[in-house]
Design a protein around this ligand. Structure first.
Ligand SMILES: N[C@@H](CCC(=O)N[C@@H](CS)C(=O)NCC(=O)O)C(=O)O
Length: 201
């Protein structure tokens, strides 16, 4: 299998970390691309008409895209238990929350990097950041049980989302007012699957 990938993408990291948790990382070849919302890499568009990564090109099956689809597929393929039946919808909802944090975080990066300064909207970026703070505050107030116990997809996705904030939005100091979430993140980042997939440019 070939994963269309970029080392900074938190969505790609979810897939890579999950593959590592499942012990199937060696069955996936990484195919790097440089792609943005304004300049789509040919290989990214060939694999996904939306031009977004990750996309998983199978040797003997259809190409899959969207990190949630790929993660679920890999878990099934490896007979994993990263989506436990008894907490399935808690895990899926938390994965969606993590993806939303990533989406807003990536959107802010695109606004600052891809658009000329005079066209950038502080109001828009603040609105995106407020989605992130709202998500983080809700977790800090009430850490969902699915974020504890045996590792699952929600934990991996949330770890990747929070690490992306460290990677691209460190100046906003998300940890300052969220000691519980910060401690949780620090602990989960000790997992080899997360250590070996830390984001880089
Ligand atoms: N919902 C998608 C989001 C993927 C996504 O936005 N990836 C970014 C990289 S971090 C991307 O491909 N951006 C290029 C673009 O927006 O065209 C997923 O979970 O895979």
């Amino acid at each position: 299998m070939k994963l269309i990938f970029a080392p900074a993408s938190p969505f790609v990291r979810k897939v890579r970390a999950l593959a590592h948790e499942l012990g199937i990382q060696d069955s996936i070849t990484l195919h790097p691309v440089k792609t943005t919302a304004l300049s789509t890499a040919d290989d990214a568009r060939a694999a996904n008409p939306l031009g977004k990564i990750p996309a998983l090109i199978q040797d003997d099956g259809p190409t899959l895209f969207d990190s949630r689809v790929i993660c679920r597929f890999l878990n099934d393929k490896a007979n994993g238990d990263m989506y436990p039946t008894n907490t399935l919808y808690d895990v899926l909802t938390l994965e969606a929350l993590a993806d939303g944090i990533m989406e807003s975080g990536v959107t802010i990066v695109y606004e600052t990097r891809l658009r000329p300064a005079e066209k950038q909207s502080t109001e828009w970026m603040d609105a995106q950041w407020s989605k992130i703070t709202s998500a983080l505050d809700s977790l800090e107030l009430n850490m969902p049980p699915a974020l504890h116990g045996t590792v699952n997809m929600a934990q991996i996705a949330m770890a990747c989302a929070l690490s992306y904030l460290d990677f691209r939005h460190d100046d906003r100091n998300w940890r300052n007012t969220r000691p519980t979430l910060a401690a949780w993140h620090q602990a989960i980042c000790d997992r080899p699957s997360l250590k070996t997939t830390e984001p880089t440019d």
